[in-house]
Ligand binder design. Structure first.
Ligand SMILES: Nc1ncnc2c1ncn2[C@@H]1O[C@H](COP(=O)(O)OP(=O)(O)OP(=O)(O)O)[C@@H](O)[C@H]1O
Ligand SMILES: [Mg+2]
Length: 408
């Protein structure tokens, strides 16, 4: 036991000494976190102007058209809207214009009720955590807004997460209440990176939300390079990040989705890797390592959040790939799946549901399914294969508390 303690002593001493004496990489890592709002948002001037023009109606005491903001992940929607709002609220305060204002991230809030209690809190109304129906809670919010008589601004970020789970009732009430009961100037801004939620909406509510629309385009590699370059001097000590590292991070994230969040994540993780290795520069090798570690995280996350039967299908495909199959016929994969699910989960799903789950795994980019002509009669078979490295899937499944059993 003593031996253990002295071992710890050695390496603990080293870690802490290195923190004081070793190379310094980060000056302020928090500017690379996702919720940081930069002072400057290049390439978004038009979007910023448009939101500002709409909002200025509220300052004049008019109603503004509602706005639906759409764009792929990491294109700056949240950052831009919050950036404009901060200025809007500062000017409103300077001129003593009281505004009832609420910003809610619907995904983070979780339930419809919590979205409403968050809105209530923002306008200075306390609602009980439980006990009211969503309708009653929303009524109280509406009544408070009407009693206050101030312009009302509602921002619902990641609004798809509200609509796909709870439908459009909340939005319906919000788009109606002022026209029916009062003439309070108001505006709703809905933000999303996903359009499938539109199917869950009544066309009238949808058109009311999208009176005006703003689409954020993905950034190209050059734009991402500028975004990283702007942020690096705030986050790192001078001359720590090599130019090549910045260019590579921009190229890698630009080649994929034009996602600024990913670009900034890459440079942050590269810095962490350099720091742990005790080096004093961040170079392109660190960025490459960051790229594969972030990708690994993404795959492990995707696999661990799959439903049980999808994980069993992946385990079956992994098993067959390891026994030498490159692509596997769906029917053969189904047989293996039946065997595994009897061992793990009891009764297997029908072939139809199995195929549905395989298609979903394809949408997530974990497997690839294709149809191939087969035999002289022109029948077709579907072939399935893993579309991410075997060792990554294996690692993700081995960590799985249930499926991991199959690999022991
Ligand atoms: N034009 C820009 N200039 C500087 N930083 C930017 C710019 N656009 C985005 N970013 C940064 O990229 C990250 C992602 O941006 P943001 O959170 O606004 O994306 P989003 O479009 O809301 O994505 P999601 O759909 O996933 O919510 C943030 O850290 C933000 O500061
Ligand atoms: Mg966002």
């Amino acid at each position: 036991m003593n031996k253990d303690i002295s071992n710890y002593d050695d390496f603990l001493g080293e870690i802490f000494k290195k923190a004081i004496e070793g190379p310094r990489i980060f000056r302020n890592k928090s500017v690379l976190f996702h919720d940081y709002i930069p002072k400057n948002l290049p390439f978004r001037e038009n979007e910023i102007r448009k939101i500002a023009h709409l909002l200025s109606n509220l300052l004049k005491g008019y109603r503004s058209s509602n706005l639906f903001v759409y764009g792929k992940p990491g294109t700056g929607k949240t950052a831009v809207v919050k950036f404009v709002l901060n200025k809007f609220l500062a000017i409103a305060e300077e001129y003593n214009k009281s505004i009832n204002y609420t910003y809610v991230n619907c995904r983070l809030a979780g339930t419809e009720y919590r979205i409403i209690t968050n809105m209530a809190k923002d306008i200075g109304l306390n609602l009980p955590f439980t006990g009211l129906s969503s309708e009653e809670a929303l009524n109280r919010v509406v009544n408070k807004v009407i009693a206050d008589g101030r312009p009302f601004l509602i921002v619902l970020d990641e609004i798809d997460s509200l609509i796909t789970r709870y439908g459009d009732k909340l939005l319906y009430t919000l788009t109606r209440f002022t026209t029916e009961k009062t003439s309070i100037p108001y505006m709703i801004i809905g933000i999303s990176n996903n359009l499938t939620f539109k199917e869950y909406m009544d066309p009238r509510v949808l058109s009311s939300l999208s009176e005006d629309e703003l689409v954020f385009k993905p950034y190209n590699p050059k734009e991402l390079e500028t975004i990283i370059r702007d942020r690096v001097p705030l986050a790192f000590y001078p001359d720590v990040v090599e130019d090549e590292a910045i260019r590579l991070a921009a190229a890698l994230s630009g080649a994929e989705h034009g996602d600024a969040r990913k670009a900034l994540d890459l440079i942050r993780v590269a810095g962490e890797i350099a720091e742990i290795a005790g080096e004093n520069k961040v170079n392109s090798n660190h960025v490459k390592k960051a790229y594969s570690s972030i990708d690994r995280e993404r795959i492990v996350d995707a696999v661990s959040s799959l439903p049980l039967h999808s994980r069993i299908i992946l385990a079956s495909l992994l098993y067959m790939s390891q026994s030498g199959y490159d692509s596997v016929k769906s029917s053969m994969l189904y047989n293996k799946y039946i065997e595994f699910s009897r061992r793990m989960a009891g009764s297997p799903l029908s072939y139809r549901r199995f195929l549905g789950l395989v298609t979903e795994l394809g949408i997530l980019g974990l497997v690839n399914k294709r149809l191939e002509n087969y035999g002289r009669r022109g029948g077709r078979i579907s072939l399935v294969k893993l579309s991410v490295p075997i060792d990554l899937i294996r690692r993700a499944l081995e960590e799985d508390p249930i499926i991991g059993e199959l690999f022991k």
